[in-house]
Design a protein around this ligand. Structure first.
Ligand code: F6R
Length: 244
């Protein structure tokens, strides 16, 4: 628990940078699972700073993003493709061929196979070395809304009303928020060797408490992280305020 999100974010960026560098030293690729939303923005800011000022290279990094709205054109300002390029990829030396973000324009008939292939690609490359997560007020990680199975794979999902309401301001109204998304599954996320979940602010306090102190339940999918062997929650005081 940090007193502010800046300090917490810098700590997380340092861990990611250390992982990238240690893989470089072994001549290996570094497979990162990445999140969008407000929570990781300062982590990406710090990684960009480290690239520009300290020479941190992303040349050995392969990324897989957690999710994308569906349908969603990648050029839309609302797409997670746009978000990731704006906050990270446009400012570092990652090979564009190493960037994987679920495609929001895949046809309905190809969607099922597309999701299976997304998981396969992660598996074949050796699995996620590190997964960065935020948490939604429904208890979602990725867009694994309440009811998600602990062993679920990448798939399309119907967004919870609360999730769409939380996204409404940036879409200028809930009616403009897509009803669906493509998300990595709980099973996909839980296979990551290391997981860090970020939560900042009062409005995450109650779901953080349920996630850490509650029973493991599909009603709060983030509780599935309780039996992952290498997960850390990075919180600020406000997000941690309800913990006993
Ligand atoms: C985003 C994602 C979501 C967000 C969550 C929190 O890729 O997978 O689970 O992490 O909705 O969003 P923020 O950080 O905006 O509060």
């Amino acid at each position: 628990v940090f007193s502010n999100s800046e300090e917490g974010s810098i700590c997380v960026a340092q861990e990611i940078a250390n992982l990238i560098r240690s893989k470089q030293a072994e001549n290996k690729v570094c497979i990162l699972g990445l999140a969008t939303g407000s929570s990781p923005i300062k982590v990406y800011e710090e990684l960009v700073r480290m690239h520009k000022e300290e020479g941190l290279s992303f040349s050995n990094v392969i990324t897989f993003n957690l999710d994308e709205y569906y349908p969603m054109d990648k050029n839309s300002v609302h797409s997670y493709y746009y978000f990731m390029h704006q906050h990270l990829f446009n400012h570092v030396d990652i090979d564009p061929a190493n960037i994987n973000i679920p495609c929001g324009t895949v046809s309905a008939e190809d969607l099922h196979q597309y999701c299976i292939d997304y998981d396969l690609k992660i598996k074949e490359i050796g699995g996620l070395d590190f997964q960065l997560l935020g948490i939604g007020r429904t208890g979602h990680i990725g867009f694994n809304e309440p009811g998600s199975h602990y062993n679920s794979g990448t798939r399309s999902i119907t967004l919870d009303h609360l999730t769409r309401a939380d996204a409404a301001p940036s879409f200028l109204g809930i009616n403009n928020v897509p009803k669906k998304a493509i998300t990595m599954g709980i099973g996909t996320v839980k296979k990551a060797k290391r997981i860090i979940l970020l939560a900042w602010g009062h409005n995450k306090a109650s779901v953080v408490k349920e996630t850490i102190e509650g029973e493991i339940t599909s009603e709060v999918p983030a509780t599935y992280l309780q039996d992952h062997p290498n997960t850390t929650f990075i919180l600020n005081d406000e997000a941690a305020q309800d913990l006993t």
